[in-house]
Each structure stands twice: as C-alpha cells, then as structure tokens.
Design a protein around this ligand. Structure first.
Ligand code: SF4
Ligand code: SF4
Length: 362
C-alpha cells in the first residue's frame, strides 16, 4: 500500500487510460498524449493487504473481491448503445437484463438504483462486498464494461504519480466528461425525437435515481415508464443503439459546438491542469503544508497528504527538515537545512514535496 518518494523516472507517456471514445475527444482537446498513472497497478491492486487480510473496522484495506469497484455508475445513453453493439463485453448479461427489466432506464441514462445509499456510506468504499458494482467481474477482478465505462470510473485512480497535481488534472477531466455525458445524452434524445414531455420527465429524474419503495425492490411503475419513453416506449434497446451510433462520428469540434460556452469553460480548466501536469515549477517561497501520519516505522513515517489512499513513506530526517519551510526564500532555507541537518533538497525532492502539497505557496 505504501511506496517511497516518487522520482521523475516514474513518469511515462503512454496511451490514454480513458475509454476509446473519450480518448479520441481528449486527444483532440489537448493536442497531446496523456501521462498515465503508472503508480496505480490495478492488476496487483495497491489497496489490498499484501498478506490477504480482509477489511476490518480498524484497517483501511480494500476487499480483494471488489477492489475499488463498490461504485455503481449511471451510464449515458450513447455508452449503453456502444456496449450493446460490442461483442466483447463480459457484463453484457447485466446490461441486457437491466434494459429488458426496464428498471432505472431513461432515454438519457441507465441509472444506478441505490446511489443514495452508497453515497451516504463513504467509509464503505472499496470495503463492502454488498456494494460491488454489478458490472464488475469478480472472478477476473476487472470491469465488465471497461471499454465503455463512464467518466467517474474512467478518471478515478487511488494514487497519482504527481500527487495532487495528477489528482487535479484527472478531476478536471472527470468534470468535463460528466458535463459531456449530460449534454450529449440530451443531444441524442433530441436527435431521436424523444418528445417534449419525455424530455421534461428525464430532466426531472437526472442521472441519479431517487430512492423510493419501488426502487428498493427494483420495480417499475409502467405508467411513469411510458411517460419517460414517449415515442420510444417498447423500443428502448434500439434507441440506445441509435444513440451510440449517433455519437460515434462526433469529433471534438462537434462536441464543442454542442457544448457551447459551458464546455469551453471546462476545456480551459482541463488545459490549465494539463499544463501543470506536464511542467515542473519550483516556487520561490514555500511553507510546510501539513500531513497525516498513519504509522511510525524504523527510520520513516507512513503519511498521506492530499488523499488517504495515496500513502507514502517519508524518511524521518526529511520529515524533520520540512519544519524549516516557513515562507522565507528557498535558498536561505536550503542553506540552513544543509548546515543544521546535513540534508540537501535536490530539485526532484523539492518538486515532489510541492506536488504532494507537503510544501505549499505562501
Ligand atoms: S485504482 Fe482501484 S483497482 Fe487500481 S490499484 Fe487503486 S484501488 Fe486498486
Ligand atoms: S463500471 Fe467498471 S470500473 Fe466502474 S465501478 Fe463498475 S466495474 Fe468498476
């Protein structure tokens, strides 16, 4: 679960970890490649106990039969269509069953039935088998809709090679794709002439299915279902497939046109964090930013700063040197640390401390 201070060699430019449709748009948006999160090895999950200890109330291990897949995402209509047209989807029976049963489907989304319950219980994340995502393939330990998963799943990592800098970048990518999911699913519904009354219903429901007596039993009210689906009632699968086909040919330029000013604003935010991710920036004046100590070991502490899942080992002398950072000019502080502790902060160590918010700007 822990690793020591990360150095530049960890940073690799490789293919985007996003689903193919989103990769295509993201490459066009950024005009560049993605740095992948190489410190997150999901095939050898970072958050499991190395000795196989299951989650207990006093540890923070994830469950080996869920890993971080205790989330149940809402899927936008076009992603559902892409899943239905793909012959290599391990979780296809679940998707088919949800559509055939009609429960929690609207012309905009395949919704999650019990999100309220999940979101209330944040401590259960990664630790509760009862919350396993239905699209998760337990015996293979992987996502059954991987190529077409939604924005929240596609942008989540438990740790980032550049700490908070990586987190901020991926959070901005999540933001823009959540907005795209909302806008493009609406655009698809409009293109397929879902009808004004259905659209009104769908907008009221949004992407989170409200909890109610029927929802708890995964039952549907067929009168409401008819209102929701308007012209497409009884042809839901066909509708989802058409949404997938409509979106397939959209370029980033098209997405921009549909998304308007709101999308432009999100795009600016993404570019800002992309720029930060690709560049290093040692600042002139820094102060200690605080941390959380989890464990004291011989010669080092296990700490977290910006995210409890991303724990790092920090040698005690480095930890002690951090208190010298009080906003004075960097050179003055470095000279004092060298003199009193005989420790040199090279650029790489300093950048690490900035990236992980161990040191913050004054
Ligand atoms: S992102 Fe999820 S599966 Fe991957 S290492 Fe982290 S907790 Fe494990
Ligand atoms: S959709 Fe896939 S990645 Fe997301 S929680 Fe479910 S199994 Fe995990």
């Amino acid at each position: 679960m822990n690793d020591s201070i990360r150095k530049d060699k960890d940073i690799k430019q490789i293919d985007s970890p996003l689903p193919p449709l989103y990769s295509k748009w993201a490459y066009e948006l950024l005009s560049g490649t993605f740095p992948n999160e190489t410190v997150c090895d999901c095939s050898n999950c970072e958050q499991l106990d190395k000795n196989g200890v299951l989650p207990l109330n006093d540890n923070s291990n994830f469950h080996p039969e869920t890993k971080c897949c205790t989330f149940y995402p809402a899927l936008p209509n076009y992603m559902v269509g892409r899943i239905l047209k793909d012959s290599d989807i391990p979780a296809m029976p679940v998707v088919n069953q949800r559509i055939e049963n009609g429960f929690g489907i609207t012309p905009l989304y395949l919704l999650c039935p019990d999100n309220d319950r999940r979101f209330e219980k944040v401590n259960f994340f990664g630790r509760t088998k009862a919350f396993t995502c239905p699209y998760y393939i337990v015996n293979k330990g992987c996502c059954g809709i991987w190529k077409h998963r939604g924005s929240i799943c596609a942008t989540w990592f438990c740790k980032y090679f550049r700490g908070k800098v990586g987190y901020d970048f991926w959070d901005s990518i999540k933001g823009i794709f959540l907005m795209i999911e909302e806008t493009i699913s609406l655009w698809c519904a409009e293109q397929l002439d879902i009808g004004c009354d259905s659209m009104e219903q769908c907008l009221k429901i949004g992407c989170i299915l409200k909890d109610g007596p029927l929802e708890q039993d995964m039952r549907i009210d067929s009168r409401e279902q008819k209102k929701n689906w308007g012209n497409w009632f009884g042809k839901e699968k066909e509708y989802f497939i058409k949404c997938g086909e409509l979106v397939e040919s959209l370029s980033w330029k098209d997405i921009k046109k549909i998304g308007g000013i709101k999308l432009e604003t999100y795009a600016k935010i993404v570019k800002k964090y992309y720029d930060r991710l690709l560049n290093k920036n040692i600042l002139e004046r820094l102060k200690f930013g605080g941390l959380h100590i989890f464990e004291v070991k011989s010669g080092y502490y296990i700490i977290s700063i910006y995210n409890d899942y991303d724990r790092i080992e920090i040698p005690i002398p480095i930890f002690e040197a951090l208190r010298y950072f009080d906003g004075r000019p960097i050179n003055e502080i470095m000279a004092q640390i060298k003199k009193e502790k005989n420790i040199s902060f090279d650029d790489s160590l300093l950048q690490f401390c900035i990236d992980f918010k161990l040191l913050i700007t004054v």
